[in-house]
Design a protein around this ligand. Sequence first.
Ligand SMILES: [Ca+2]
Ligand SMILES: [Ca+2]
Ligand SMILES: [Ca+2]
Length: 456
Amino acid sequence: MALYPFIGRGSLGSIIGTGPMVRFRSCLNADPGSQLIRIQPERVVNMKQSFQLNQGLIAALLIAMVGTLASEACAQEPSQAIAIRVMTFNLEDVRTEDLKNGDNPRLKALAQIIQRIRPTVLFLNEIAYDLPEGDKPGGTNAQRFADLYLGVSQGPGLKPMRFRGFMQKSNTGMASGFDLNRDGTVQTQFPTTGAKDKASRDMGRAYGGDCWGFGTFPGQYAMALLVDDRLEILEDQVRTFRLLPWDYIPGAFLPNTPDGTEPWFDDEERAAVRLSSKSHWDVPVRLPGRGDDAQSGRVVHFLCSHPTPPAFDGPEKRNGKRNHDEIRFWADYVTGASYIVDDKGTPGSLAPDQLFVILGDLNADPDEGSSYKDPIGTVLKSCNRINWQPAPTADVVIDGLDIDDTAAWGLRVDYVLISQGLSIRKSGIWRRNPENSESFPSDHFPVWAEIEVPGN
Ligand SMILES: [Ca+2]
Ligand SMILES: [Ca+2]
Ligand SMILES: [Ca+2]
């Protein structure tokens, strides 16, 4: 029997969600000898009910389901679609020192939540990019989080998960050498990481305000994409847009001084100022193909970013305007805009036939908050390449929060948005506290979606 690569490794994701017209292929473990499992419609598990179960029961239920399904080997014929579970989670300022070992209590709590949701593809916001030191390469924090926390069971019944971590440089906390916040000084010194006194806080703010993207030390608030380690990240086709000048966008909302008499950035700054406050990534991932033909698997592009919050600025709204244009970039990228150049100098946008998922904390809510010109509602929602869906909702009600709010301060800011050609079978916002905890370990709640990818 041919071995099929695996989606979701025994997770809820691999074994829920078949409709009468669609069959999913799935294997239940990665060991040689894995069998192709065709999921029968009667095996459908109601996701909502599952999530409403006592958490302790979920793992037991999963194990039972896996056992049932694993015994049900089925024919090798290629199926028509694959379900993947995609998740985005702002971890709230995870730092390199938190990743020294696997013992940090807050990170263990974050990992426990991830192990309950069990995503196939996981995008993380606010995890520091570690700089290279001597022979040590930079950007190892993604894999460290994967190995030290997700690779270890975080509770009874929770299986370890194996991910490939993808991480690239971030503009956050990287000095520009310009007085970008126009406070009269070019700040290039950052305070000791973790110092909490007022002088250090002020120094951090002043430093961050002159960086390419706000950060109180180099690499703070970076991003990571974690992909089930049996899926292939097409590394040589990854495109990053960290360096793209903001000024390249036709009609960019570059700010003016509050009295409107002159541009906020002078000519030299304007030519250099970057659109992306962290980075914008297009990470193509190949899903399992037919039989031994790995190349036949569909490719999904994960479009990852973390636009700056439309706040912490002045009446010139430089952050609000940047937030708008950072979000607008994705609509431009998927509809053939001609101004786009990636960090390797290659021009061009995403080919029109490609499948994609936009992921991340976009720092904008379409119906409240302080966004500049509502980039979610006006730009993304009307983009004809995006298959706009109702907002995911939470199954836990919290006083003062709307059912679709993903941040503790009451906004929908975290998104999993799909392209035309993809569909969402189920989605949700996870608000349950970790076991034995009275609080949630981040100021954001993760958003997940079961995405159906058509076969070739
Ligand atoms: Ca300054
Ligand atoms: Ca809202
Ligand atoms: Ca709200």
